[in-house]
Design a protein around this ligand. Sequence first.
Ligand SMILES: CC(C)(COP(=O)(O)OP(=O)(O)OC[C@H]1O[C@@H](n2cnc3c(N)ncnc32)[C@H](O)[C@@H]1OP(=O)(O)O)[C@@H](O)C(=O)NCCC(=O)NCCS
Length: 159
Amino acid sequence: MTEGKKVRESISEYSEIALPNDANGLGNVLGGKVMHLVDLAGAMAAIRHARTTVVTASVDSMHFIHPVRIGQLIVLRSSVNRVFRTSMEVGVQVETENLMTGEKLHTCSAYLTFVSLDKAGKPTPVGPVIPETEQEKRRYREAGERREYRLALRHRLKT
Ligand SMILES: CC(C)(COP(=O)(O)OP(=O)(O)OC[C@H]1O[C@@H](n2cnc3c(N)ncnc32)[C@H](O)[C@@H]1OP(=O)(O)O)[C@@H](O)C(=O)NCCC(=O)NCCS
């Protein structure tokens, strides 16, 4: 198990230009493409924290506030909000930048749960994450509430 680490040590950023291959007929990027990038950006933060292989256990609901247009830069920022035992909640924020004007828009945010795996592919404990700023402390607290809801949903799906 890793030692405790600061939230800021997991902060990750991933950017990609939206290309025509990713779009629907109207020139807007498909939601599934953004979801794929969210998963990648989230995994980066989780791996940076745990320094192990991770799998995505769940993704909370996602709401797209603004469309992403072809040619825009998609910027994803992620960090670990809280570690439970073998699982971690990671928050990902997605922003688009119009490279011609510099205008930036918040496209969506998502919370993902990643599970750390050992070399045999079994869940393995992760060291705690240490929130420092007020925002990090708020996210830490709220992650606990979201976990309760998530695990209740998991239980319902299983039974
Ligand atoms: C996620 C997975 C590793 C959990 O394995 P498991 O045998 O159920 O193990 P456990 O019950 O011990 O759960 C391990 C941890 O995952 C958490 N977890 C499991 N399912 C979860 C879910 N749906 N949402 C949130 N957390 C979840 C548990 O709460 C536990 O966390 P904790 O140790 O911090 O308390 C397993 O279900 C799996 O491999 N799923 C497929 C993952 C995958 O392939 N993702 C990509 C899909 S294409």
